[in-house]
Design a protein around this ligand. Structure first.
Ligand code: ADP
Length: 287
């Protein structure tokens, strides 16, 4: 699809934000859950500004509140306190500026790749020729040329995740918000898919927020990494990843990469150990 064609597609988002204005603001967000064991503070006064075109990962041990933060940013749950703003607008439900990609595969098995990617555009009422053209453009961008007429069952797990990414990108969201999108994939596929995501990010100047527990993945992809504490989920540290771009997965062999991984593991290890001890205690208490 030509850029001219894409520019005609009306966007629900005003383009008023100056380049240096954060496109996403997480403003003092608190999320509490009432449980049978009492209240749990899953996210405790977290704030984060994300600049246009930036790649930010949020990393933390299991149970630290990553998915809760993902759901709050994506407008799927309203925070107990604080707010999320996207291009200056308060998020109060799923917002057209935020495209979400989930860990679980979400392709419709009875629809071909092109029909999967075009489906949400169909729901939006986009004319057929236009939505198919747009779907093909994004299928090509994720490197699935030639697979348009295949069905999800004929694809590998990594390819199915690329279909999910293409489907979300077809909306042209300001922010791509991904929750452990590569968690179910083997390490090699994960690294190569990381290369693909970097290519896409460069091509679209896409702002990306990635939720992950994988340190290498976060370092490979990110400009900044926010490390969360284990319950209550707070910002332990934000680390700038000063590795050259464009990056490829070859970077994982470099000394600088290894230093970042070691540094983040030092922070994360404390939190993961705390989480493990608490889990052991809880198991003992249950008998
Ligand atoms: P992560 O994604 O880092 O594993 P979550 O956000 O899923 O963490 O969970 C953070 C904490 O909040 C955990 O202790 C979890 O048990 C709790 N939690 C998550 N969702 C709910 C919910 N809907 N009701 C009650 N507690 C929840």
């Amino acid at each position: 699809m030509s850029l001219a064609t894409m520019a005609r597609i009306p966007s629900a988002i005003p383009l008023s934000a100056a380049p240096t204005t954060p496109v996403l603001v997480v403003d003092d967000v608190v999320q509490r859950y009432e449980t049978r064991e009492g209240p749990i503070v899953a996210v405790d006064h977290m704030s984060l500004d994300v600049r246009p075109g930036e790649f930010v990962s949020v990393i933390g041990p299991s149970g630290c509140g990553k998915s809760t933060l993902f759901n709050v940013i994506g407008g799927l749950i309203a925070p107990t306190e604080g707010q999320v703003r996207v291009v200056g607008e308060r998020v109060s439900g799923p917002h057209p500026a935020i495209g979400m990609v989930f860990q679980e595969e979400s392709a419709f098995p009875w629809r071909s790749v092109v029909d999967n990617v075009a489906f949400p555009l169909e729901i939006r009422g986009m004319p057929k020729a236009e939505r198919l053209e747009r779907a093909r453009h994004f299928i090509s961008l994720v490197g699935l040329d030639g697979f348009e007429r295949r069905y999800p069952s004929e694809l590998s797990g990594g390819m199915r995740q690329r279909v999910a990414i293409a489907r979300t990108l077809a909306f042209e969201p300001k922010i791509l918000l991904m929750d452990e999108p590569f968690a179910a994939l083997d390490e090699q596929t994960r690294l190569l898919l990381g290369d693909k995501v970097i290519e896409i990010q460069q091509a679209l100047q896409q702002t990306i927020v990635l939720i992950t527990h994988n340190i290498a993945e976060a370092v490979q992809l990110s400009d900044r990494i926010l490390v969360m504490t284990w319950r209550p989920g707070r910002t332990k540290r934000i680390i700038e990843i000063d590795l050259p771009r464009p990056r490829t997965s070859e970077i994982v062999g470099s000394e600088a990469f290894g230093r970042y991984v070691a540094e983040i593991w030092k922070d994360l290890r404390e939190e993961a150990s705390r989480g493990m001890t608490e889990a052991d205690r809880a198991a003992l208490a249950r008998g």
